[in-house]
Design a protein around this ligand. Structure first.
Ligand SMILES: [Zn+2]
Length: 326
């Protein structure tokens, strides 16, 4: 199975979980393996985050293939992949660059209209992430960054923001609604994961176009600078504020780094800035990709405490900035 097809399989985790079990309390699910979360007062212990799941009761976890394997008793990776192709109707030979082969039941992807996106460019006073950006950079710089990246405000949760994935042709591929704390800039993860796709919110979850890098439109518009790639949208915006020598983009998740997402940047100098803990994974993945470097910045400078805290690129840049400013 190609990396691209595997990525599509991994992204089916939320759909698969919804099909095999039921919701429990507080953003958790009833564990389809050990049944935790079914009791009267028991809150669930089975959690899905991005492309991973974990049950805190029975200790099992992994990606969608691991779950499929557990439920259907398929131990080998090959058997799991074969079953996933069948179950999710995915063509495993799909390669980057080739048009993805879709089954007849998969509807055409729908791009988000510019009007929908533009309607979100307001109410920054009710947008926790924007309020925090103002605290970090001051109003003028914060607004400049918000406009450059197309930061939107979402009504889905009070204080939520939306990060739009705008591609090299200025098509809006996806929108990701997230909730941050306006004081600390940290993610709010209670009661649930507090991340929602705009397609899903619009009732079009099956019609997501392929993802693109967050900030790709900025990279496409300026070929004079190398492109930095980080994991989170927040790190990209912080990077753009502090290190303007690069155009900063984000994959939107550590597992979302793949060759096809970097394809629109072919011929450019690309520097990956992995978060602590993702260095080996990103280095291994990108080893054979031409023009792609991996920055050892965090890996080299991290202390034991940083590692324990899981420092990310944004944390690091903020710390550097505020320690030199004082
Ligand atoms: Zn369990």
């Amino acid at each position: 199975m190609t990396e691209q097809a595997l990525q599509i399989v991994r992204e089916r985790l939320p759909d698969y979980v919804a099909a095999v079990t039921t919701k429990s309390k507080g953003g958790f699910w009833v564990c389809p393996l050990c049944g935790s979360g079914t009791g009267k007062n028991k809150s669930g212990a089975f959690k899905v985050q991005d492309e991973k799941w974990r049950c805190f009761a029975c200790g099992r976890g992994g990606d969608v293939l691991d779950l499929l394997g557990e439920i259907e008793g398929l131990q080998g990776f090959r058997d799991q992949v074969r079953r996933a192709e069948e179950l999710f109707r995915i063509d495993g030979s799909m390669t980057a660059g080739a048009a993805p082969v879709r089954s007849e039941s998969k509807p055409e992807p729908v791009f988000i209209s510019p009007e929908t996106m533009q309607a979100s460019f307001n109410h920054y006073d009710q947008n926790n992430f924007a309020l925090w950006l103002v605290k970090v950079f001051g109003e003028e710089k914060a607004l400049e960054l918000a406009f450059a990246y197309g930061l939107g405000t979402a009504k889905h949760w009070p204080g939520a923001c939306v990060f739009w994935q705008i591609d090299e042709a200025w098509r809006v591929r996806r929108g990701k609604v997230m909730l941050y704390n306006s004081e600390t800039g940290g993610r709010v993860k209670e009661p649930g994961n507090m991340v929602a796709g705009v397609h899903w919110l619009l009732g079009m979850r099956e019609r997501n176009p392929e993802p693109c890098l967050f900030g790709l439109h900025l990279a496409a518009a300026d070929w004079s600078k190398p492109v930095a790639v980080v994991e989170s949208e927040k790190s990209a915006i912080i990077g753009a504020g502090f290190v303007p020598e690069f155009i900063w983009t984000a994959t939107g998740g550590s597992g979302s780094l793949n060759r096809s997402i970097l394809e629109p940047l072919q011929g450019r100098r690309i520097v990956l800035f992995p978060d602590l803990g993702a260095f080996d994974k990103w280095s291994e993945k990108s080893a054979k990709w031409p023009g792609v470097e991996v920055s050892p910045m965090l890996e080299r400078r991290a202390s034991a405490e940083d590692r324990a805290a899981g420092l990310d690129v944004a944390d690091y840049l903020l710390r550097e900035h505020f320690s030199t400013a004082n």
